[in-house]
Write a protein that binds this ligand. Structure first.
Ligand SMILES: O=C1C[C@@](O)(C(=O)O)C[C@@H](O)[C@@H]1O
Length: 255
């Protein structure tokens, strides 16, 4: 019913891109302390994957982020953990220049026990490639991402962005787009269906906002490997429903 095996990968004990859509809960808090507490609460909902949105953290001492991630690892056991520094230009809170992001990500790759690093494809290409190499050396999977909080390009463009994530050597490719009407949501879903046969790596495709909610629930049927849902009434992007609601819907769609 869901994704083909050619595009699945194992992360610890979790199959990404397999028969079931994985539910990822984002942790997006202002401080390290609150992030760890939120991770503890999120773990109670038994998500498949957790994403630490480190761009939201305002604590000045960024050096302690790797140890925060280690604390999260302890709370999560074998659940895959994604670290994400989302830039303002892609809908996040981060405004550090690429070299500083590189330094922070380097420490994270080397010192914390994360599984996946989210790297925006739009970032300086040299930095992107250096980070990818570091990830390879340390066995961290690379998720190449692209976000557009304004609108949705045409289907071929969506597909080509997803393919770019594979061409760059990513382990996972991800796109999140804002629809302005129902047609935009269909463009995303059509591109998802095409990507299922045209990509050899797992990918994630999301249509955001109220109009796009249907894609968060159903894109797995067309090939998307992960859907993001909130645990704490604290969505990291518009349109995320709760993990409890998502689980009921996925059980219904994927039984
Ligand atoms: O890239 C994504 C997807 C997302 O933007 C969403 O729309 O659910 C949420 C982000 O936290 C994550 O990094």
């Amino acid at each position: 019913m869901n994704n083909s095996n050619k595009s699945s990968i194992m992360i610890r004990n979790t199959k990404l891109g397999g028969k079931h859509t994985l539910i990822c809960v984002p942790i997006m808090e202002d401080t390290i302390r609150e992030s760890i507490l939120a991770c503890e609460r999120a773990a109670l909902f038994n998500p498949d994957v957790v994403e630490a949105r480190i761009d939201k953290i305002v604590d000045t001492d960024k050096d302690i982020i790797p140890s925060m991630l280690l604390n999260m690892r302890k709370l999560l056991g074998d659940k895959p953990l994604i670290a994400t520094y989302r830039s303002v230009t892609e809908g996040g809170w981060g405004n550090m220049p690429p070299r500083e992001i590189y330094e922070l990500y380097k420490e994270i790759i080397e010192e914390s026990d994360i599984d996946i690093l989210d790297i925006e494809m739009s970032m300086d290409r040299k930095v992107v490639m250096e980070l990818q190499q570091l990830c390879r050396q340390k066995g961290v999977k690379v998720m190449f991402s692209h976000h557009n909080f304004e609108d949705t390009p045409d289907e071929p463009e969506i597909l080509s962005i997803l393919k770019e994530g594979e061409r760059l050597g990513g382990d996972i490719s991800k796109i999140a787009l804002m629809p302005n009407n129902g047609k935009d949501v269909l463009k995303l879903l059509n591109a998802t269906y095409a990507a299922k046969t045209e990509l050899s790596i797992p990918f994630v495709a999301i249509s955001m906002g109220k109009k796009g909610k249907i894609s968060r629930m159903g894109a797995g049927v067309f090939g998307s490997a992960i859907t993001f849902a909130q645990a704490d009434h604290n969505p990291s992007a518009p349109g995320q429903i709760s993990i409890q609601e998502m689980r009921v819907i996925l059980n219904c769609l994927e039984e």
